[in-house]
Design a protein around this ligand. Sequence first.
Ligand code: SER
Length: 313
Amino acid sequence: MNPKILIIGASGQIGTELTLKLRQIYGNENVVASDIRNGNYEVMQSGEFEILDATKSERILEIIQKHKIQHVYLMAAMLSALAERHPKKAWELNMTTLFNVLDLAKDRHIERVFWPSSIAVFGPSSPKQNTPQDTIMNPSTVYGISKVAGENWCAYYNKRYGVDVRSIRYPGIISYKTNPGGGTTDYAIEIFHGAIKYKEYQCFLKEDATLPMMYMDDGIDATIKLMQQKPFAEYNSYNVAAISFSPEEITGKIQKYIADFKVIYKPDSRQEIAESWPQSIDDSKARNDWEWNPKFDLDTLVKEMLQGLHYKI
Ligand code: SER
């Protein structure tokens, strides 16, 4: 039987596409979308949509009971760069929403939880290349601190209370349907908009700031695939990898289609965040444990993005 699913943060960059894909797989009637603000037209029209402030536990419970929810995807969060401007608010939002959902799962109102982690769990002392699943984690951002703490709390709730919670450490997720907001990897989306609209883009990272990235479809597939597995013996927040590139490299790929595209480099405080993160990720555990395998490389990603943004190639 199909699970009844709730997505919290369904108006965000990943939440929007996750909702639509889950509805396609499990049926519109089985996937309830929620967010603190309205979402895109398709999300709001194709199934149930609830306005939800996920810092309010009673309201989450109300929605869960109303729709007989079994699986929750908690996609609401404040991302890295924005969190540096509002450290306390970011900590409160990212942690309160997680505790609310974990506690509801502990009290058996929810059967299964997806909670996204990030490459931001790693920090300046973590290995930069092929960063392993288990290694030094000393994040230098509030966002990263909230993700490491969150991972530890998920492990705790899993071990102590038998909560079935699952996580992926997302790299930068690249997509065209919904814009991201407040992230360090956002340049890799903005650059396409700049290229198409103005043939110019001012980049807030340095030309050689290599970061792990992934096309949205792969990110969504990974998420759903992980949630479809039988319960695991223990909690893991899985490294997943697809592509690594720098602003210079992706510029070169875009220039194959838009030859006179120009990038001006004006690195700001986000460069420091990028430098603290890995450049590439070892995801062998995800590949072994649940056969994770990405489909999009840099060439296909660039093509999909340009076409998705209605650029004729
Ligand atoms: N894309 C996120 C960010 O840049 C990383 O998890 O904050």
